[in-house]
Design a protein around this ligand. Structure first.
Ligand code: 13P
Ligand code: SF4
Length: 401
């Protein structure tokens, strides 16, 4: 790990933090930059006792507990997952486990909410650390979206608009979507969701309000459905009328909410160009939450599940630069190295998803041991009215062809 000290404190011997979290600067001016490179390694935080304790608590709970692990989870957590997957697979897996009394969700808050909505009232969903949120999901609140709908109504187009909301959204936004005839999508099925949405009315008159990830919406519309960038407008909830005129709204096919993922948003066209220059013959494979110019310059684009399947099918000797969260990329690099597949992270300065990383082994052990002792902790429960409409939208997604 390399440390850059500040120009203001040259006399201080600044020690590297064992956990690289703050990344500032790219060595253009090392004197004024302060920070560390992300080394791709977290210090091993886990007391070996915790592994034995997690195992014992899980064994004691037996079939009463089902542990779901998103691909971005830490290795120390993922080893205890009964199933791993992307958001879509985990939503389906949660719905297919009616016998488990407790669903422990190793992922983030919106995923646990979706699991609660899709499971029966007797089943309890637990998020081991309640601070595991998602900054993208927080970028669309129920009040902002209701205001947006008023703007669309004022412009005389609400009747033509079908909301399509990314799984990475709160239960409130999913309920709004269900109430207004829309569907949820994930990065695995966004094209199918948009196809479905445009079939809900006269295709040439129908518009989609895509929430909250502008990049997934734009990438799917332009890359997968042949729309042009001019068919898309961005609705900014922090500006009056979303920063758009009624004419701009009427002319658009895709009204994209101004939200993004702070992890994927850091990959840039420079990241792609740099890696191609550094590793001749490299295949660039990125998640569709990346910016449009990154996706346009990549060789392959898809969800976390797609990324894994692509690498499984890749020939020995092939080289890959992956643009998604670091826990997953590092795990895949280790897994496929013995098969002679070279896998690198697309950009050295992009780090872990800090909220996914909130779920660590101590929190998982605490949750499992509490459940084993009969204490229900950190339950995620969506209220009944929200649940009914959100379920409608989620079930539309699960029924997509
Ligand atoms: P998928 O697992 O659906 O590809 O989503 C990635 C993600 O950002 C989850 O937060
Ligand atoms: Fe949210 Fe991005 Fe983290 Fe996924 S990777 S949980 S979208 S902040």
């Amino acid at each position: 790990m390399r440390v850059v000290t500040t120009a203001q404190t040259p006399e201080l011997d600044v020690q590297p933090s064992p956990l690289a979290l703050l990344l500032l600067g790219r060595e253009a001016d090392p004197k004024s930059e302060r920070g560390v490179e992300c080394p791709g390694d977290l210090p091993s935080p886990s007391d070996p006792d915790l592994v034995a304790r997690a195992r014992a608590a899980k064994e004691k709970l037996g079939d009463k507990v089902f542990v779901l692990g998103h691909h971005y989870q830490r290795d120390e957590v993922i080893q205890f997952a009964d199933v791993t997957g992307d958001s879509f697979k985990l939503a389906r897996d949660a719905a297919a486990r009616p016998e488990a009394e407790y669903i422990v969700f190793c992922g983030v808050h919106f995923m646990a909410e979706s699991a609660d909505i899709l499971t029966s009232d007797d089943q309890k969903v637990v998020l081991p650390d309640l601070a595991a949120g998602c900054s993208m999901a927080d970028m669309a609140t129920a009040e902002q979206v209701a205001e947006c709908w008023d703007v669309l109504t004022e412009a005389g187009i609400a009747e033509q608009v079908v909301p399509v909301s990314y799984m990475n959204s709160s239960a409130d936004i999913k309920a709004f979507t269900g109430k207004h005839g829309g569907t949820i999508c994930t990065s695995s099925n966004a094209k199918r969701a948009l196809d479905w949405a445009f079939e809900q009315g006269e295709p040439s008159a129908t518009k989609v309000l895509f929430l909250p990830d502008q990049h997934l919406g734009r990438n799917t519309a332009v890359r997968d459905m042949g729309m042009s960038l001019d068919d898309c407008v961005v609705y900014n909830p922090h500006k009056p009328n979303g920063g758009l005129t009624a004419d701009e709204l009427r002319a658009a096919k895709m009204i994209l909410w101004r939200g993004h993922c702070s992890v994927h948003g850091r990959f840039s066209l420079d990241s792609v160009n740099d890696v191609r220059a550094r590793i001749p013959g490299v295949n660039v494979l990125v998640h569709p939450e990346c910016r449009h110019e990154v996706v346009a310059a990549a060789d392959h684009v898809g969800s976390t599940e797609y990324i894994i399947k692509t690498l499984e099918a890749a020939p020995a000797g092939s080289k890959w630069a992956i643009g998604t969260e670091l826990n997953l990329v590092r795990r895949l690099a280790n897994r496929f190295a013995p098969e002679g597949k070279e896998i690198v992270f697309l950009d050295r300065t992009v780090c872990f998803c800090s909220t996914m990383n909130r779920i660590d082994l101590p929190h998982l052990v605490w949750a499992l041991e509490s459940l084993a002792e009969g204490n229900l902790v950190n339950r995620i429960e969506v209220d009944k009215e929200t649940e009914a409409f959100a379920k409608l939208a989620l079930e539309r997604m699960l029924a997509l062809p």
